[in-house]
Write a protein that binds this ligand. Structure first.
Ligand code: NAP
Length: 344
């Protein structure tokens, strides 16, 4: 177990989370990322999860404008998203979809198989999809939905893509990049309890933000560990986009929604603006050669002490691997090597 950060309790409820987002926005006003028009991805393939709406759609749109071919990995709204992003790409055929439901581990495996069959080599993978369920819900794999969608399925997807060599740069001058959309809420999550990891326990609306933060803490811990294990092979970055006007609060209670909508309209960033940190981590030449960069909106920050702890990172890595094995999703134990990731 590890301690929480000083900012603990900032995210202990939906209201606190909303206020924190507003405050962060005020604090970061005026800071700009050194993202230039020449930071482009012409001819490269990028895969974005949860790209059918919200932040993911905005990220995919911006990457298409920067010359990338896109694979939109989504569980719904694929046709509309492919049409939308395709209209901004050099050719509409540069954009395609892939079915991916993170609430179903078999769907993750099918998605990887589909990508492998299609000969995909993604120079950039952005794991953006996330969820804030209003209560504990069991997935068909028997895990808590927040735990699985916000962490475990991303862990499986990222490791499987790397294992199969599907994250690969088209030239030796650039490392491929894996970008994970996290949240500042990882700082105030309860400590990671390895003994209870993956065990389903009921919780209700009052714990929704805490559970979301817990999933993001696990994701952030995995991000740091993955960056350590793949140094020199893949660049692994992460970010919190800040408070964004999306459907993330769609499961909030009906009585909260009017106030949430008003606050979002008044203070939250548009997805187009909020997409820029992810786009920067995906294509900026200024961070070429670096790994484990974390951005909170436009600023670089250190992740929480728990998330960067290498002992905890290894334990979470191993525990997640054995949890997946209990569901028939065994992973190759060793980390990918440069030859694995070069691909064709
Ligand atoms: N909005 C914010 O203020 C904020 C702040 C910090 C971090 N973030 C992070 O930003 C990311 C994007 O969220 P958003 O704000 O754009 O929220 P959103 O509008 O609710 O979009 C969430 C996306 O994730 C997808 N998703 C949810 N469950 C999934 C599943 N089981 N399998 C596959 N995809 C699934 C959704 O697909 P469907 O359309 O099919 O549901 C949707 O595409 C998330 O990781 C979130 O945690 C957001």
């Amino acid at each position: 177990m590890t301690g929480t950060d000083r900012s603990a309790a900032r995210y202990d409820g939906a209201l606190a989370a909303t206020l924190s987002g507003v405050l962060d926005r005020i604090r970061n006003r005026g800071a700009a990322l050194p993202l230039t028009d020449s930071d482009r991805l012409d001819g490269s393939t990028c895969l974005v999860t949860g790209a059918n709406r919200g932040l993911g759609l905005a990220i995919a749109r911006e990457l298409a404008k920067r010359g990338a071919g896109l694979i939109l990995a989504c569980r719904s709204g694929l046709d509309g998203a492919v049409r939308d992003v395709g209209s901004l790409a050099r050719r509409p055929t540069d954009v395609s979809g892939a079915e991916l439901d993170l609430g179903d581990l078999d769907s993750v495996e099918r998605c990887v198989e589909d990508l492998e069959r299609r000969g995909v080599r993604a120079r950039v993978v952005i794991l953006n999809a996330g969820v804030v369920p209003r209560e504990a819900r069991k997935t068909r794999d028997g895990f808590d939905e927040s735990f699985q969608v916000n962490f475990l399925a991303d862990y499986l997807f990222a490791r499987r893509l790397l294992e199969r060599g599907l994250v690969a740069s088209d030239d030796s001058a650039h490392l491929p990049r894996l970008v994970l959309v996290s949240s500042e809420s990882h700082r105030s999550a309860p400590p990671i309890d390895l003994a209870k990891l993956g065990i389903f326990e009921p919780w209700g609306m009052r714990q929704a933000v805490e559970q979301y933060g817990y999933g993001k803490l696990l994701l952030q811990t995995f991000t740091s560990e993955l960056a350590r294990r793949t140094r020199g092979v893949v660049a692994v970055h992460s970010l919190c986009p800040g408070a964004v006007r999306t459907d993330i609060g769609r499961e909030a209670p009906r009585w909260v929604k009017p106030a949430l909508d008003l606050t979002m309209r008044a203070f939250f960033q548009a997805p187009e603006t909020a997409s820029l940190p992810a786009v920067y981590l995906a294509c900026s030449r200024a961070i070429e050669g670096e790994t484990d960069v974390y951005l909170h909106t436009t600023r670089r920050r250190a992740v929480s002490a728990a998330a960067s702890d290498p002992v905890l990172g290894r334990q979470v890595w191993e525990r997640a691997e054995s949890l997946l094995a209990t569901r028939g999703h065994s992973l190759r134990a060793e980390p990918p090597t440069p030859s694995d990731s070069k691909g064709t």
